[in-house]
Design a protein around this ligand. Structure first.
Ligand SMILES: NC(=O)c1ccc[n+]([C@@H]2O[C@H](COP(=O)([O-])OP(=O)(O)OC[C@H]3O[C@@H](n4cnc5c(N)ncnc54)[C@H](OP(=O)(O)O)[C@@H]3O)[C@@H](O)[C@H]2O)c1
Length: 306
């Protein structure tokens, strides 16, 4: 048996579950740390199964770092004891648990220069940012990209990747985090409470949105003809215009890309930031938006095992 933490609405509670068995193509992981997306507890895959029926007591967080405890049938790319990081599917059981299971194609060796806690901040944020800019956004060198939420868990990767792709990078952020986002290489950063970005900007090639709501709704007015908006924010009302629904995408697990991202991190060409670390026994605190933390930016991590 193992200790896991399950979600019932916004409430989390610890219980004992059997240790899962990896299926063909999967690995069993001893989880060390798990990254937190606070909105996850209310997402459809946390509250519903893939067939639409209600899901109860899901184990949250689908990005993690840990060690391979066992390999399922047909897995030859990893072996027991290797330190890895990665993600699994939203409908699988997550990583607020001593053990979890993930497809071998959704993980990579942990960046050598990062602790388990640092590594757990990377997979979903970095893959979402990369896919928003490239496969979804088709960003080209010299293009102008606007990134909403540049200090967040997706946004700080998006700013760094966009810069490395040769774009002119504009971001929105709260006043306290403007210097941080500038330090990541953004060419221009707007304090979203002080300045209306849509009154200042025109001819933007791509908007990458990680905030939603009003910020997303106002984004189309700054685009050049043929420009694109991509949003990762899933809280889109049913009656929203079709262009908003079309702008949404869900991150795809990609172990190969995580390998490349690990190399960038180890080479110092990409940085990640831990906002705060919460022990598994206090996991509910990690989802508290008012949780005190030394940093205003970065990602919250649950430390599952030393
Ligand atoms: N579709 C997908 O596959 C996918 C994957 C990952 C994440 N997501 C979603 O993407 C969103 C962002 O995730 P995250 O992990 O980056 O969240 P996060 O770490 O909480 O970051 C959000 C950032 O947005 C900033 N912010 C808040 N209001 C803003 C505004 N009006 N204008 C500009 N910035 C604003 C916040 O700054 P302050 O707190 O300083 O105000 C914070 O830095 C969430 O909705 C998450 O659920 C979706």
């Amino acid at each position: 048996m193992q200790t896991v933490v399950t979600a019932s609405g916004l409430m989390l509670q610890a219980s004992e579950h059997p240790v899962p068995t990896p299926g063909p193509g999967e690995v069993l992981l001893r989880v060390r740390a798990a990254g937190v997306i606070t909105a996850e507890l209310l997402w459809q895959p946390t509250t519903h199964k893939a067939d639409g029926s209600p899901r109860t007591n899901a184990i949250p967080t689908h990005e993690f770092s840990g060690d391979i405890a066992a390999c399922g049938e047909g897995v030859s790319s990893f072996s027991k004891g290797q330190a890895i990081y990665g993600m699994n599917d939203w409908y699988q059981e997550g990583a607020l648990a001593e053990f979890t299971v993930a497809p071998a194609t959704s993980i990579a060796l942990r960046p050598k220069s990062l602790s388990y806690e640092q590594a757990a901040t990377v997979p979903i944020g970095a893959l979402t940012a990369w896919q928003a800019l490239t496969t979804q956004g088709h960003l080209q060198p010299q293009q102008r990209v606007l990134i909403h939420g540049g200090a967040g868990g997706v946004g700080f990767f998006a700013v760094q990747f966009a810069k490395s792709l040769g774009a002119y990078v504009i971001a929105t952020a709260s006043q306290d985090t403007v210097p941080f986002v500038e330090g990541l290489g953004a060419d221009q950063v707007f304090d979203y409470r002080a300045t209306r970005f849509d009154q200042e900007l025109r001819d933007i090639d791509l908007v990458v949105d990680t905030v939603g709501g009003e910020m997303l709704a106002r984004s189309w007015s700054v685009l050049r003809a043929g420009g694109r908006v991509v949003t990762a924010v899933s809280s889109i009302p049913d009656d929203a215009p079709q262009k908003i629904k079309d702008a949404f995408f869900l991150v795809h697990p990609d172990g190969k890309r995580l390998d490349e991202i690990a190399s960038l991190l180890d080479a110092g060409k990409l940085q990640t930031f831990v906002k705060t670390v919460v022990p598994l026994q206090e996991a509910e605190q990690a989802y508290n938006p008012s949780l005190p933390s030394a940093l205003r930016y970065g990602k919250t991590v649950v430390a599952v095992a030393p």
